[in-house]
Design a protein around this ligand. Sequence first.
Ligand code: SAM
Length: 302
Amino acid sequence: MSEAKQKWTDAALVLEALHRFHGFDFRGYNRDFVLERLQMYTDEVECERAIDLIPRLGRDADFARRICESLTVRHTRMFRDPSSYRAIRDQVFPWLSTFPVFRIWHAGCASGEEVLSLAILLKEAGLYERATVFATDISQTTLKRAELAVHAAKDEHELIAAYSEAGGKLSLSEYFTRRGEHLVFSRDLLRRVTFAEHNLAQDEVFSEVHLVICRNVFIYFTEQLQRRAERIFAESLCKGGYLWLGEAEAVTSEHAGVRFRTTDLHPMRVFRRVQTPPLESPPRHAPSPSVTRQPSVSTTKP
Ligand SMILES: C[S@@+](CC[C@H](N)C(=O)[O-])C[C@H]1O[C@@H](n2cnc3c(N)ncnc32)[C@H](O)[C@@H]1O
């Protein structure tokens, strides 16, 4: 067997073991990405081959969890791709403002910078009090960081520039207090946010969401897993609801024009759920605001 084939066989066995022993399903992740991340992890724990991880991951749930953490990239920043925030503010907020209350779901929110960014723009548009926000991720560790709303002060100048490019109206410093090397953001920005663990590979839908934000997550998925996530988003969105993806992402051809249509905001990767999506299976709506597979939910306190 060639070395490349051997490596993938090993990696596939590790993914199977994670799923079988602990229920963590990474089998729908992009192959090159999995190979690269598992290689990094085997080097870190000084194993010769990925397959050597299996005996320990079978008996040690913490070890298995660490492998899962190594299989996710959690890089994010506030007002990432600022022009797309501006487009959302200018073209999606007016539609949101037609509802007395609305729901937003950040799927794959990482450490919450995206959640804070949108909360700031919603506040400045006078819409924050109408919003109910769900912020979910597969990683418990990263969600815990998100709840703290504390970010590195070294990025301050970059953040201020991105905020103003995104259409921020005030001074970003209105929203945080500087403490040593950290910027501590106002708890008020998370008052309407519920953080929850949610796995796009295994969990189910939220209901009557107006805007789903899932940026820079599909790039790690195979097309099959992406289609699953798109189905969940389509079933979660209310009529005409928006799906906002990352700059390098788009809806799969199977769902483009069927579940989602492009918008004038297309270059920004913003799609709209078509009015009546043809569903292969009946929608499985979870009673709001929970999801069907029990997530661990924690709501931030004001
Ligand atoms: C690169 S970050 C993107 C963060 C943010 N959306 C942004 O664009 O800045 C990808 C996030 O997706 C999360 N993720 C990966 N697989 C996931 C899955 N199956 N379900 C939910 N979240 C997932 C990771 O834990 C990580 O926090």
